[in-house]
Design a protein around this ligand. Structure first.
Ligand code: URA
Length: 433
């Protein structure tokens, strides 16, 4: 079909066949469809949407456009989890050892952070010696031997999505549910998991700001999973404030270790147990989420999940002694307390602003090439709903340069906390399942 006819089909609200979509993506990757025609089509999708069948075809076409990880040599149902991104989100590092301790294999590829959100791989690299680049053979062998491996994205996963995403970014076509859901799921499918649990964030620190949009995105991704033969479940979780207290790589690893010792923040622990229970159901180690919940709680309380983290760190060359002595993690030279300027209640914490403040300290990168400082970041002193008095510590900033009240990152951190006279209605952590 001529490119112009394909664009016209979508402009006029008609349905493409799976074959037409596959050809469209293949020709785009080969450079036969120019960016201006692809942009016209994505704008037509933005306005007219796509059917479930079309979205599934687009997802598979993008998943097949590059390397596809073959996990068939790993015994059992391989599960993966994906979060739509957030600040202080270290859930993968807690969930993977819990789920592996219950006997469900976790072979997970994770990304690096960009902008205000952190990346699992950067966090792991704050542990001395930890290798995030394994060969496919090492990756598979490790999962077969200890049940878990977390590595960086290798090869060329879903290059069609990479090219298309860059184009959407500059043509005002990112905010389209069919395009977002196919983009995320194409990478998950190429990464080889049999079953996927999605943590769709909602709120000011999230990609989706409203509950309605988050539910629509979750439903679209579950429908893609179903159409493409991967069992998929989704939960919607709040990102109107950072998850847990720590933001920044080594600081977050410290919080991961505390959580696996049973001393973690309530919100972080609850979200991890919920997501882990869903993964255990999809991994067929429990019949329903209630039975799975008992198994994941037992893995946490018995210390088996913590032991799994130790094994994971040791297997990938890292200093496993950090589990017992977290002070071995990189430490920043200076700390600075950001104090509350008036009495009241914390009514909101702008997660995105704190993510950007941590980035200014060196915890994140503005461009892919930037180096990061694993030791720096921010630890919250208060969460939404807490009563505060003037002079209370709202946050402690960990930096490798001395900070003062005029420092941009300090100003940003202070501005992230909204203080109200009345206690706010606290939003539930899990918004919908
Ligand atoms: N994340 C992705 O991977 N793709 C999108 O389109 C949006 C967020």
């Amino acid at each position: 079909m001529r490119a112009v006819d394909f664009i016209q089909q979508k402009r006029d609200g008609k349905e493409h066949s799976a074959q037409e979509i596959h050809e469209w993506i293949e020709r785009y990757c080969k450079g036969e469809i120019p960016d201006y025609q692809m942009s016209a089509w994505t704008m037509a999708v933005y306005f007219n949407g796509m059917t479930d069948k079309e979205v599934a075809a687009l997802t598979l076409a993008m998943a097949k456009s590059g390397d596809q990880v073959d996990l068939s040599a790993i015994q059992g149902i391989k599960v993966d989890k994906h979060s739509t991104g957030g600040v202080g989100d270290k859930t993968s590092l807690i969930i993977a050892p819990i789920v592996a301790a219950v006997g469900v294999p976790v072979a997970k590829m994770s990304g690096r952070g960009l902008g205000h959100t952190g990346g699992t791989i950067d966090k792991l690299e704050s542990i001395e010696g930890f290798h995030t680049e394994l060969t496919q053979k090492q990756f598979v062998e490790q999962v077969n031997s200890i049940g878990v491996s977390l590595i960086g994205q290798s090869g060329d996963l879903a290059p069609a999505d990479k090219k298309l995403y860059a184009l959407r970014d500059v043509t005002a076509t990112v905010e389209s549910i069919p395009l977002i859901s196919s983009s995320i799921m194409s990478k998950k499918i190429a990464a080889g998991a049999d079953a996927i649990v999605l943590d769709v964030k909602t709120g000011n620190g999230a990609f989706m700001k409203t509950l309605e949009d988050s539910i629509e995105l979750a439903q679209a991704m579950v429908s893609i999973g179903t159409e493409t033969g991967r069992e998929t479940a989704a939960i919607i979780s709040d990102m109107d404030q950072p998850l847990g207290y720590a933001i920044g790589n080594a600081l977050e690893i410290n919080e991961v270790i505390a959580t696996l010792k049973g001393n973690g923040p309530v919100d972080l622990t609850e979200l991890c147990l919920t997501l882990a229970a869903h993964l255990v159901v999809l991994g067929k180690k429990a019949a329903d989420p209630d039975e799975a919940r008992l198994l994941v709680e037992r893995a946490l309380q018995s210390g088996e999940a913590l032991e799994k983290l130790r094994q994971l760190i040791a297997a990938q060359g890292g200093d496993a002694a950090v589990v017992d002595e977290p002070e071995r993690l990189p430490q920043a030279a200076f700390t600075y307390e950001v104090k509350c300027e008036r009495d009241g209640y914390v009514s909101a914490i702008a997660a995105q602003t704190l993510g950007l403040a941590a980035m200014k300290l060196g915890a994140g990168r503005a461009t892919k090439e930037d180096a990061i400082d694993h030791s720096v970041g921010i630890v919250l002193g208060k969460k939404v709903g807490e009563k505060v008095s003037q002079g209370d510590v709202l946050a402690i900033m960990h930096a490798n340069a001395e900070l003062d009240p005029q420092h941009e990152a300090v100003q940003m951190t202070l501005s992230a906390f909204a203080i109200a006279e009345q206690a706010p209605a606290v939003r539930p952590l899990l918004q919908a399942i």
